[in-house]
Each structure stands twice: as structure tokens, then as C-alpha cells.
Write a protein that binds this ligand. Structure first.
Ligand code: NAD
Length: 335
């Protein structure tokens, strides 16, 4: 079977080509551009497309995919907010995703961001390289004993909560579907959202982007947080209202922010733009704060995660091509 794969980088190609999962052969057609309405006709000749977080698979794009004979959109990620799942169903196009490839990869990256930001490792690294061994401005705080808020206790949030408990943090959590049995085993306390926001020193987001989580951290909710609190977001950029965040940083309300995702990351993250003028003034403003750390959606980028992503995606492509059911929990159905 032939599969058009969009927004690919060298590491995607390497892991997909190495994967042997599933029964059958796949002819990969790798594209470095993203899938959207204007590029959808490039899928002609493929029975499936494979997409990532910043491809825009809306109704218009799906219309063209259906016309050129595509039967399956395989997301090589967990989040599926960029695919119009109802429109796909209407056109008889199946949608699958990789719901769990390595919750450890993402949870560990969020903690790495926090440790870097708090202990100013990024600044120390640059100083030492220039033989500047001074310590001025590098004061951090102990994580031990601090109150950490986990928003979303799904696969990634639970791993993160366990890591924070290992540091000796007090962990409070908010989830629409709390699991009290897990919480009592893990030493985590569930509380209403407002309560978590008000009491924690560090807030970390592990929520999907949905209508009800869009701009969850807006001016009002940022205002509820403790003065000087830290925020980590490795989930989706649009969980935070960037303008409100910039204002809270300017006022000193928020003490530090670590972001692996950004609401306007499409077309910026994953690209080498070092020779161009960055036109996104809000991103430039964010990066100019000394207490903001940005990585470009790399939390998933571990050997284990890439191996699992390519295996599950390849197996599902072959299964659906052979008119078999996809792997358990990977089908995406309209809400
Ligand atoms: P999950 O589905 O296992 O967990 C999500 C949790 O959020 C669930 O417990 C659910 O009950 C809760 N939830 C859903 N809607 C809610 C709401 N309105 N209010 C409160 N709680 C709500 O997901 P996961 O695997 O832990 O991943 C979380 C998110 O992380 C994904 O949706 C994805 O956007 C993001 N992610 C980012 C990267 C990266 O590289 N940065 C990689 C993987 C996933």
C-alpha cells in the first residue's frame, strides 16, 4: 500500500523505514510540507495519509482527500484537535491515532523544563562556555516541599505526578474524571480547579485541547494563581491565552513559564527559521523574558516514543488497508 506522510523530518523517515510492524509492505511517500487544503491533492495515488500535530485536516482538506481516493487518516500523535473527525466520517475516511506512545517521554520533558528554568541551567551553560563562572542571578528554589498542581491525570499527568512525589512535592490535581483510588495510592490530592490554581507553586498542564479546555489559563484563572507561581505546558498551546500570560509575566504575577507548545506554533515549531525574521510578535516577546523557556514541541522526541509511534501507525495502516479493525483504543470517532 502507498501512504503519503506529511510534515516529516529525518527522524520520522528513519523510524518509519525501520519499522517492521504489521503484515505487509508499505510504500512511504515522505513530504516535508504540511497537509492542508492547498496540498491535499498531493495524496493522489495513496490510500492513506499520515499526519502530525500541525497538519490541518479540516473539512475542505478531507473533501479533496476523499476525491483522490484516501480512505484513512493516520495521526502519528495522541492529540487529534487538528482533524475534523465528523467530516472524515461523513466522507467514509477512517481516523486513527497513537493514544499512548510514551507518557514518560512527555512527563520527563516537562520536569526537565521545570528544573532547567528553576535552576537556570540554560543560562549557566552559556556562561560557563564563555568562562564566566559567576553565580549572580542563578538563584533557584528547592522543589522539595513545594505544592505542584497537575491539570489532567491521564497517562502523562499520572507519570508526572509520580515524578513530583519523588522530589518530595505535595501534589494536587484536577481532572474531569478523578480516579480517587490512583490518587490515594500515588499520594495525590484531587481538588476543584480554582482550589488547585490558588494553592500551588508550580502548575503543569496535561490536558487535551477541547472546546472546554481552550484558554483554560486566561486572565481570570491566571489571576487566581499564587504570586510568583511557575507554569509548565507540554500539552497544547491553546490551553493558555498567550496575551494574558504575557501580561501576567510583565506584572510579575507569574514567576516562570516553560512551554513546549505555543498557540501559534504551526509553521514555526519544527522548522529552522534561523535565517528569517520572526513575524510573531507574541512569541518573540515570550522568548525575550528571562524567566520563560521555550522548546519547540519536542517532549515526545525519545527513541522509545518514536519506535512505538511508527510501529502502531504502520500496523494500523496495514490493518485498515486489509479491512481489519485497528488496534484497540486507536480509532478516533466523532464526539
Ligand atoms: P489522556 O487522554 O490520557 O489524559 C487526559 C486527561 O484529561 C484525562 O484524565 C481526562 O479525564 C482529562 N480531561 C479531559 N478533558 C478535561 C476537562 N475539560 N477538564 C478536566 N480534565 C479533563 O491524555 P495524555 O496521553 O495524558 O495526553 C495529554 C495531552 O498531552 C494530549 O491531549 C496532547 O495534547 C498532549 N501531548 C503533548 C505531547 C508533546 O510532545 N508536547 C506529546 C503527547 C501528548
Amino acid at each position: 500500500m502507498r501512504v503519503s506522510v506529511y510534515d516529516t523530518k529525518r527522524y520520522d523517515r528513519r523510524y518509519f523505514e525501520a519499522s517492521k510492524a504489521g503484515k505487509g509492505a508499505v510504500e512511504w511517500v515522505f513530504h516535508d510540507f504540511r497537509l492542508e487544503r492547498s496540498t491535499a491533492s498531493s495524496a493522489e495515488g495513496s490510500t492513506a495519509v499520515c499526519v502530525f500535530v500541525n497538519d490541518r485536516v479540516d473539512a475542505d482538506c478531507l473533501e479533496i482527500l476523499a476525491e483522490v481516493g484516501v480512505k484513512h487518516v493516520a495521526l502519528r500523535c495522541a492529540g487529534y484537535n487538528n482533524v475534523d473527525v465528523a467530516a472524515a466520517k461523513e466522507r467514509g475516511i477512517a481516523v486513527t491515532r497513537v493514544p499512548a506512545y510514551s507518557p514518560h517521554a512527555v512527563a520527563e520533558h516537562s520536569v526537565a523544563l521545570l528544573l532547567t528554568l528553576n535552576r537556570k541551567i540554560h543560562r549557566a551553560y552559556n556562561r560557563v562556555r564563555e568562562q564566566n563562572f559567576s553565580l549572580g542571578g542563578l538563584v533557584g528554589f528547592d522543589l522539595h516541599g513545594k505544592a505542584v498542581g497537575i491539570l489532567g491525570t491521564g497517562k502523562i499527568g499520572r507519570v508526572a505526578a509520580t515524578i513530583f512525589r519523588g522530589f518530595g512535592c505535595r501534589v494536587f490535581a484536577y481532572d474531569k474524571h478523578p480516579d480517587e483510588e490512583w490518587a490515594s495510592f500515588a499520594g495525590v490530592t484531587y481538588a476543584p480547579l480554582e482550589n488547585v490554581l490558588e494553592r500551588v507553586d508550580i502548575l503543569s498542564l496535561y490536558l487535551p485541547l477541547l472546546k472546554e479546555t481552550h484558554y483554560l489559563l486566561d486572565t481570570k484563572n491566571l489571576g487566581r494563581m499564587k504570586d510568583g507561581a511557575f507554569i509548565i505546558n507540554t500539552s497544547r498551546g491553546k490551553l493558555i491565552d498567550t496575551r494574558a500570560l504575557i501580561e501576567a509575566l510583565k506584572q510579575g504575577k507569574i514567576g516562570g513559564v516553560a512551554l513546549d507548545v505555543y498557540e501559534e506554533e504551526e509553521g514555526v515549531f519544527f522548522e529552522d527559521l534561523s535565517d528569517t525574521v520572526l513575524l510573531d510578535d507574541e512569541l518573540v516577546r515570550l522568548m525575550a523574558f528571562p524567566n520563560v523557556l521555550v522548546t519547540a514541541h519536542q517532549a515526545f522526541l525519545t527513541h522509545e516514543a518514536l519506535t512505538q509511534i511508527s510501529a502502531v501507525t504502520r500496523e494500523n495502516l496495514l490493518r485498515l488497508h486489509a479491512a481489519e479493525a485497528p488496534l484497540a483504543h486507536t480509532a478516533v470517532d466523532p464526539a
